[in-house]
Design a protein around this ligand. Structure first.
Ligand code: GRF
Length: 197
């Protein structure tokens, strides 16, 4: 039986699409549900175009609403792919160790509340770091704090802007997330992926 995935999104959904492309025809895992806190998230359309159940969370702070969808779809693993709100604690507790998030920097640096989107890349550039990347980690009750499973590194170039760095990191995200999800599916739970760690 393939691992049944829910993917949670807030915006455009390029990581969702990368994951769907990587899983096409895979016996290991399939995306059965997409959830968004935004009814107008382009990612919901991307999912529906492919015939995947894609739902708007009317109250993203309501754990009961989440659990209704996740249990209804018999979800094994939850993937936050550009989901910008906190997952309700009751959902973290019910799926502990089975929720992963992708973050566009090398955690534990440049994470935490308010560190999303361009703010992350602006902070990296301001710090003078010569390297950035993407991190996949387990989700717990605190933003960006859970166990790191894998990281993909990219150089920061002297002439980078937040946009150019974001594009380089995003390309790394699109390789990293499917690799971690497929490894999790094989192992039956999210596990570290050492070649990316
Ligand atoms: C990604 O950079 C992800 O790491 C961050 O938000 C962005 C989402 O992009 N948390 P997309 O919606 O997957 O295109």
């Amino acid at each position: 039986m393939p691992t049944r995935l829910a993917v949670c999104v807030s915006g455009r959904g390029s990581n969702l699409v990368a994951l769907l492309d990587a899983l096409t025809g895979s016996p290991e895992a399939q995306v059965v549900l997409v959830l968004s806190n935004r009814a107008d998230a382009p990612a919901l359309l991307r999912a529906r175009e492919r015939g995947i159940d894609a739902e708007h969370l009317r109250n993203p702070a309501d754990g009961g609403e989440w659990l209704g969808y996740l249990r209804g779809a018999e979800v094994d693993l939850v993937v936050l792919a550009g989901y910008l709100r906190l997952v309700p604690p009751v959902v973290v507790a019910a799926y502990r160790g089975r929720i992963i998030n992708i973050h566009p920097a090398l955690l534990p640096a440049f994470g935490g509340p308010g560190m999303y989107g361009h703010r992350v890349h602006e902070a990296v550039l301001k710090s003078g770091a010569t390297e950035s990347g993407a991190t996949v980690h387990l989700v717990d009750e605190v933003y960006d704090r859970g166990q790191i499973l894998a990281q993909a590194r990219v150089p920061v170039r002297p002439d980078d802007t937040p946009d150019s760095l974001a594009a380089r990191v995003l390309e790394a995200e699109h390789r990293l997330l499917p690799a971690v999800v497929l490894r999790a599916a094989k192992a039956g739970r999210p596990v570290p992926v050492p070649e990316f760690a």
